[in-house]
Write a protein that binds this ligand. Structure first.
Ligand code: ATP
Ligand code: MG
Length: 392
């Protein structure tokens, strides 16, 4: 029944040049999301409206599902497109549309016509009135309510006539690509994919870095992270995933530093390396899945110690979330089942039995001096040899 979708998006703060950037990014992301849907679509922008038109048979549910993953969309309106064959035909088609969509025939309604083509022989008010009359004639139990109608029948007169009344909620947020790019530290856990999703929702394009420690962590563990990056890319667009071999650095820290400080020192090196790759590749911030108090390495003292090594802003969207809330989002975005696959993580392999929970930054800095110059070369090598995978 529906040949198109009218896309509604938030209008606030997108005046002038910003408006074009916003709309172009939105169209780009809509095309990306529709790639995985069966069917050919045309996405167009005209007179402040974005339309997705189906060029052939398509799967309605899948299409709506894909559009609901495009940040910046606030409403998706399934639309019927009619040829302009005069007002009489329009009135018949509008009645047929209502009969199909609202078979109960007893709702309140309002007609909201908009004449985008000024050579149409009737004015908007006249169309509202005449069409309202025809609908009342056809449905004895319907009533007009201009203030709070159950059905808002929108009629847009362009070259063709667009009819819609439903608004399916979109995800909100801002189109990816309108707020720069940031580097997500992506592990195989539950939290970091959710963190990436949340920051992408604010319009930030996402690159990712994964620290891999073969042979202590397996190819399966790495594949799990690739799978998670792919799930995030359904919302965020293609993700450039940098896989850093972290084994030598971890072993060296293990050899030289107190074992109860291991996790913190490792986390500091992850942040340093992520920041360096971010700088090289145009990211303006780092993103982690950290949340206060979740584990020993996420006490406020530990977070301060990890944060100290970065000058870039570190975005931690989950910082004050309970695990339950994070899990709820991970289920919603379909990363949960992948995240709970039981593969080893490089942080858990070398973990001490009793890690410090209140690290003393001075002590940590002192321990790191044991790593001397050799560590700089190792960091350099890890960055140089990082493998790039384009996912999604
Ligand atoms: P997650 O569920 O995201 O793995 P977590 O609760 O297991 O988080 P940690 O293991 O302490 O917490 O990691 C904290 C954050 O550090 C993660 O959210 C992620 O952003 C980053 N991180 C941890 N391990 C890795 C890794 N191997 N590669 C990339 N980033 C990592
Ligand atoms: Mg983890």
């Amino acid at each position: 029944m529906f040949q198109a979708f009218l896309i509604k998006y938030g209008e606030i703060g997108i005046k002038g040049k910003n408006r074009y950037l916003f709309e172009d990014a939105l169209i780009h992301q809509i095309r990306h999301a529709l790639k995985e849907v069966d069917g050919q679509f045309r996405v167009t922008k005209e007179q402040g409206r974005i339309y997705v038109e189906a060029l052939e048979e398509y799967d309605y549910e899948e299409t709506v599902g894909a559009l609901q993953r495009v940040f910046g969309i606030v409403g998706i309106c399934p639309t019927v497109i009619l040829e302009d064959e005069g007002f009489e035909k329009l009135a018949q088609d509008a009645v047929a549309y209502l009969r199909e969509e609202y078979p109960e025939g007893n709702q309140t309604f309002k007609v909201n016509a908009r004449r985008a083509r000024k050579d149409y022989p009737m004015e908007s008010m006249e169309i509202n009135r005449e069409l309202g009359g025809r609908i009342l004639d056809a449905f004895p139990d319907m009533r007009v309510d201009v203030h709070n109608p159950r059905i808002m029948l929108n009629i847009e007169i362009r070259q063709k006539i667009y009819v819609y009344s439903q608004i399916i909620p979109g995800p909100g947020g801002m189109p990816v690509g309108t707020n720069g790019k940031s580097m997500l530290l992506l592990s195989g856990g539950i939290d970091s994919p959710v963190a990436g999703y949340m920051v992408a929702k604010r319009g930030v394009k996402i690159d990712a870095v994964y620290f891999h420690a073969p042979p202590y962590t397996s190819e399966r563990a790495k594949q799990k992270v690739v799978d998670l990056a792919r799930k995030v890319s359904r919302y965020a667009g293609p993700v450039y995933l940098y896989v850093v071999n972290f084994t030598d650095i971890q072993l060296y820290i293990y050899e030289k530093c107190p074992h109860d400080e291991l996790t913190i020192i490792m986390r500091r090196y992850m942040m340093r390396i992520a920041e360096r790759i971010a700088e090289k590749t145009g990211s303006l911030g780092l993103i982690t899945g950290e949340s206060i108090g979740q584990v020993a390495s996420q006490t406020v003292q530990s977070l301060a110690a990890t944060n100290e090594v970065c000058t870039m802003p570190v975005f931690r969207p989950l910082i004050a979330f309970d695990k339950e809330d994070i899990i709820r989002i991970s289920k919603k975005i379909d990363t949960f089942e992948t995240s709970i696959q039981p593969f080893e993580d490089c942080c858990t392999i070398f973990v001490a039995k009793h890690p410090v929970t209140k690290p003393n930054i001075k002590a940590i800095r002192r321990s790191e001096t044991h790593l001397a110059e050799k560590i700089d070369k190792m960091v350099e090598e890890a960055i140089e040899s990082a493998e790039l995978l384009v996912v999604g």
